[in-house]
Design a protein around this ligand. Structure first.
Ligand SMILES: Nc1ncnc2c1ncn2[C@@H]1O[C@H](COP(=O)(O)OP(=O)(O)O)[C@@H](O)[C@H]1O
Ligand SMILES: [Mg+2]
Length: 396
């Protein structure tokens, strides 16, 4: 097993597309790191450079202690599982799993032992004599994983391996993959565009946009302390609500004043809401002091909006309730203010709440975020703002 390290890695495709732009990342031995981001952000390209399927334009990739930039894919000691796992249709499951080992000239007895062990771990022992077309999608996916496991590689690379499965199977299979990693502890880099899959699977998640790492952190840190507005909006469903406005100094301390953004400028006709910011820590308060009067963005997660006053400091805003979506124990309530017609609150399910009515919602003030304007505007409301790309536990 091995650590995988990327240093200032870039990829420029012929024609000039910069798909990956100076990525630094350390994946510790035994760690499971998920690369997540919207389609086209460079996840697959990053993975393919690690696998050796794509030339590295700039920078260094290390697997273990070895720089592998010029090492052929088959000599990198890694196994990759794709979305289209392409099993050999004319071979049985056993032969599909054994094929790679046979090519490497492994003795037959040892192959038999490794395939049997992998089949047991994946619970596919009863499928060994079947051909791929006699398997369900989920079973085929397990065989593809089995083919990777038998090689006992230094690292696994997964590129959206669950995309072809239906929603329910995706959830159960991702649970199995997580257990598999807990058992084998093989260093794993896993790519998905699905933030929920990333959150549930990863020891750490690496959020990417436009070929760059926006944040590399534990799932909970990424959720609770997003470094910028992009991460804040990408991680979490329903997404964080954003409001344009500014900070003013009032007698009671700082206050966020919602404004209306039109034609690139911000105006304050006076109908927006005002939230007191007195709950800010001294560090954050001092940082925001210097931004008084400039354009900023307030971020509130749907679960931090309540229909009843919560514990701790809160502020009330008058809204109009639009649509109620029951989810079982919770419900999503979409609502509007004078200028904002798509605010979503996730609240405990309760009866007597109807679309089309006026209501008061309560904002949990300790949970709000303040961002600089722009798609990747920095989160100014964090205690510490330095990005992390180091593993949560020490490299071994
Ligand atoms: N072979 C290629 N030639 C040229 N451009 C490519 C190639 N493969 C991917 N790209 C471009 O590189 C960017 C990143 O692609 P990719 O790594 O596949 O993203 P993701 O896996 O995150 O969806 C995209 O803009 C994509 O169009
Ligand atoms: Mg991809």
């Amino acid at each position: 097993m091995a650590q995988v390290v990327l240093e200032k890695v870039s990829k420029v495709y012929p024609g000039g597309v910069k798909a990956v732009d100076g990525i630094d990342l350390q994946v510790a031995d035994r760690e499971l790191v998920v690369l997540v981001g919207p389609s086209g952000c460079g996840k697959s390209t990053t993975l393919r450079m690690i696998a050796g399927l794509e030339e590295i334009s700039e920078g260094v990739v290390r697997i273990g202690q070895r720089i592998v930039n010029d090492v052929a894919p088959k000599d990198r000691d890694i196994a990759m599982v794709f979305q289209n796992y392409a099993l050999y249709p004319h071979m049985t499951v056993y032969k599909n799993m054994a094929f790679g080992l046979k090519l490497r000239g492994m003795p037959r007895g040892q192959i038999r032992q490794r395939v049997a062990e992998a089949a047991r771990i994946l619970d596919i022992e009863h499928l060994m004599d079947r051909k791929p077309k006699q398997l369900s999608g989920g079973q085929r996916q397990r065989v593809a994983v089995g083919r990777a496991i038998v090689r006992e590689p230094a690292a696994f690379l997964f590129d959206e391996p669950l995309s072809n499965l239906d929603a329910k199977l995706r959830v159960t299979t991702r649970g199995e993959l997580k257990r598999l990693h807990q058992r084998l502890r093989t260093t794993t880099i896993y790519v998905t565009h699905d933030q929920e899959e990333a959150m549930t699977l990863g020891d750490r998640i690496v959020v990417m946009k436009d070929g760059r790492i926006q944040q590399a952190d534990t799932p909970l840190n990424t959720y609770n302390c997003p470094l910028n507005r992009f991460v804040a909006g990408f991680i979490g469903t329903p997404p964080m609500n954003f409001f344009d406005g500014t900070l003013r100094q009032s007698e009671l301390g700082l206050a966020f004043i919602e404004g209306r953004l039109a034609g690139g400028g911000l105006t304050f006709p006076g109908e927006g809401f005002t939230l007191s910011m007195e709950q800010l820590s001294p560090t954050v308060g001092r940082r925001l002091q210097s931004r008084v009067g400039s354009r900023l963005v307030l971020g509130i997660r749907p679960e931090h909006l309540h229909l009843r006053p919560p514990d701790g400091q809160w502020a009330a805003i008058k809204v109009r309730l639009n649509v109620i979506e029951p989810l079982g124990s919770e419900m999503d309530v979409s609502m509007s203010t004078a200028w904002h017609d798509s605010i979503v609150a996730r609240v405990e399910a309760q009866s007597g709440v109807a679309g089309g009515s006026e209501a008061t919602v309560y904002v949990e003030l300790r949970k709000v975020h303040i961002f600089e304007p722009g798609e990747t505007g920095m989160n100014l409301s964090l205690e510490t703002m330095s990005p992390t790309t180091e593993p949560a536990h020490a490299l071994t």
